[in-house]
Structures are given as C-alpha cells and as structure tokens.
Design a protein around this ligand. Structure first.
Ligand SMILES: [Fe+2]
Length: 399
C-alpha cells in the first residue's frame, strides 16, 4: 500500500451531471452559467451515430449553438488542435462543448485553453504550463473508458516525432462533466471492450500508484466495484443498459481517481506503442495490464487483494490477479485486436527507451521499470511463448 502523502491536493470537475438523458440538459446548463455561444466539438463517428444531432438540436433551438466542429481525428495531432483553437477563437464562443471519446474531449480541452489564453498548443505541452483557465468547457463522454471528462490530462500526437505528448494542468478540468450512459448504448462491441478495459486499468493504476491520495484510492475501489461485474456483461450483451450505466459511472470515477493519483507503467508502455502503430489505446492498456501487474506483484500484493475483492474476483493471489487481467483481455477480444497489428521486433528497444523516459507515469509505478524490464514486458506481451516476430498469438488463445 502506498504511503499517504503528507501534503496533497485533489482536483475534480466543478460540477458533474449524471443520469440517462442528462445530455439533453446542456442548454439549461449553459443558460444557468450565462454562456451564450457554444462551439460544439466532436468527430465523424459521433455524428454518424446520431449523437451530435441529439446534443446540437436543443442547443440550436435555444439559440445557443454558434459553430459545430465535428472533424476531430483519432489521437488528435497537435496541428489539428491548433486549427480547432483558431476556429473557436474566430467563432466568438464563450463555452466549448466536447462530445465524444477521449480524443474529442482532449482536443476540446486543449483547444479551449489555447482559444481562451492565446498561444499555441506547443506552449502548453508538459505539466502545469497553462497559467490559468481557458474558455469554460462542458465535456460529455460517448464511451465509457477514458474518463477524460474527469481529468486534467490531454494526450495529443506530435506527428513530427511520432510520439504522444501530454498537456497536464488542473486548469483544463471541465467546468461541467455530463455523464449520460445512454450515449454509449449503440457503441460497437470492440470499442466498448477496449474503452471499458482501459477504465479498469485506470482504477488499478490509480489505486496502486505511489502518489495516490486517499480520495483517489476510495474512488478507484468504487470504480472497480462497478466495472468488475459490468465489463464482461456489457461485452457479452451490448444491449444491457444496466451494465452500461455502471460502466459510465465506473469509468468516470476511475478518471477522477487517476487524475488525483496517476496512471503508471501500463500507460507509459502504451504511449510509444500507440503513437507508432496506431492501436486503440484501450487495446494496448488492456493487453499489457497483466504483465505489468506481474512485474508489480511483489510490492502491490495487498493492493491487488483489495482490488480483487472490489472487482468481485474473490480471494486470489497477486499472480492470480495478473492472470485474471490477461484472461479478461483475451475473453473480451482485446488480444485478438492486438494480434491484428504486427509490431516488428526491432521497434522494441526504442519503444522501451521512450517508455522509461515518461517519468510522470513511470515514477509513480510501485516497482521501478528499467529499460531492460520494459523490453521484456513488450516482448512478453507481443510475442508470447516462442511465437514468430511480428505475429501475436497469445498462449491459450488457441492460435
Ligand atoms: Fe488509459
């Protein structure tokens, strides 16, 4: 169990609105705050699913909708977020609404910061560089996973270096987070699985991190209690709305948890791999969680026991906890998705070097991860049990 830090701060969204149908209240939320001109930020998938129209309609009727920018790309490149900030500035908006998954919400957070404070995205990359809040924001997740609506981290892609970079500052926390599980009802199974497993990893890493605050540990355990039974249910039956409700709140609480603690080595290892091979973030974090927790097992055994109890996994050993994570990633189809994108073995040393340099994620990990450890973990997950380079087949998957 991590030592309780003597001094700590907690940062949360200013207001959280939850419940099925709560996204239909955004016009009232804007009016209550005196916001008169909205820029609605989203992406093509959200528009195609009909969710953009569902949120835009009432805003239009209320005369609040200024402009809609529904072209945020996945893993948004910095250059696109700079362009979005220019459009927001030009629109004269006094509030930014981000409606989508992590990519959309992260882009909305940073673009709203740039639009409100001036400058470019590059000025804000790093930890604590905002210097104050940007435009007010409402963040509305359409997936249950990233928890981005609850955090002050935004991950963007630096296309020049091919790496992921973070803008990390409490100033980018949402003014209002709206968690409406109904928006995730039609989500495809693969996206549901990847996002849901990512939320589970957030809860685990937030709980075990060396920098966890008591608030974060409480939130992480409650997130685990909700996600543990709901994740397999929603992957088995995408129409299970009760499970969707639990995943929506669970992923939100997990986001709050890691915002006030940290993600750890799973996320550090995920960034170079995701940046270079464009695998969905939740596929990577889901598939790497077991091996990283195996690495942490000697130090985090008591924490794993508490998490296992909360998840409904019973009284299992630390090794059993890691095995259960591997089995979950395989059962809900994430391992098969990882297998679909071959990674050449010669990419591993440089990914390992990059991963260990992400100190904001590696330092909080319970057990240090050396470059050699990182290489071993990459190889072990990507080429299990003597498989050939570039082709993933996980032991026990039958392939
Ligand atoms: Fe994540």
């Amino acid at each position: 169990m991590p030592e309780i830090r003597r001094e700590f701060e907690n940062h949360l969204p200013r207001r959280v609105v939850t419940g099925r149908g709560s996204s239909s209240h955004v016009a009232a939320i804007c009016r209550a705050n005196g916001w008169r001109r909205v820029v609605l930020v989203s992406d093509a998938g959200v528009a195609a699913a009909g969710l953009l129209a569902r949120v835009a309609g009432p805003l239009q009727e209320a005369g609040l909708l200024g402009e809609t920018c529904a072209e945020v790309p996945a893993e948004p490149p910095i250059v696109d977020v700079d362009r979005l900030a220019q459009r927001i500035r030009a629109s004269g908006a006094d509030v930014v609404i981000g409606l989508g998954g992590g990519s959309v919400m992260d882009a909305a957070k940073v673009a709203g910061l740039c639009a409100g404070r001036g400058g470019q995205v590059a000025d804000y990359v790093g930890v604590g560089r905002a210097g104050g809040r940007g435009l007010p924001s409402i963040l509305i997740p359409t997936t249950a996973g990233t928890g981005s609506e609850a955090t002050f981290v935004a991950i963007l892609t630096d296309t020049l270096s091919g790496t992921k970079v973070g803008v990390v500052d409490p100033a980018i926390l949402a003014d209002v987070a709206v968690v409406d599980a109904a928006l995730s009802d039609g989500l495809p199974p693969a996206v549901t699985a990847a996002a849901g497993m990512d939320a589970l990893v957030h809860a685990i890493e937030a709980f075990i991190a060396r920098v966890a605050t008591p608030l974060a540990r409480g939130l992480a355990l409650e997130a685990a209690r909700l996600i543990g039974p709901a994740l397999p249910r929603v992957c088995r039956d995408p129409a299970d709305t009760a499970a969707r409700d639990k995943m929506a709140i669970g992923s939100h609480l997990a986001g709050m948890a890691f915002a006030n603690s940290s993600c750890c080595a799973v996320h550090a290892l995920a960034l170079p791999l995701g940046g270079r091979f464009h695998l969905p973030h939740g596929v990577i974090t889901g598939c790497f969680a077991g091996e990283v927790m195996r690495h942490n097992a000697g130090i985090s055994a008591a924490d794993f026991a508490a998490l296992a109890a909360a998840l409904g996994w019973g009284d299992i050993s630390a090794a059993g906890f890691a095995d259960r994570l591997d089995a979950t990633a395989a059962d809900i189809g994430l391992v098969a998705l990882l297998e679909g994108v071959p990674v050449p073995a010669d990419a591993i040393p440089s990914m390992a070097r990059d991963a260990v340099q992400i100190r904001r994620l590696m330092d909080p990990n319970p057990r240090p991860v050396s470059e050699a450890d990182a290489e071993r973990i990459y190889r072990s997950v990507l080429y299990r049990q003597g498989r050939t380079e570039g082709r993933f087949v996980v032991a026990g998957s039958g392939g």
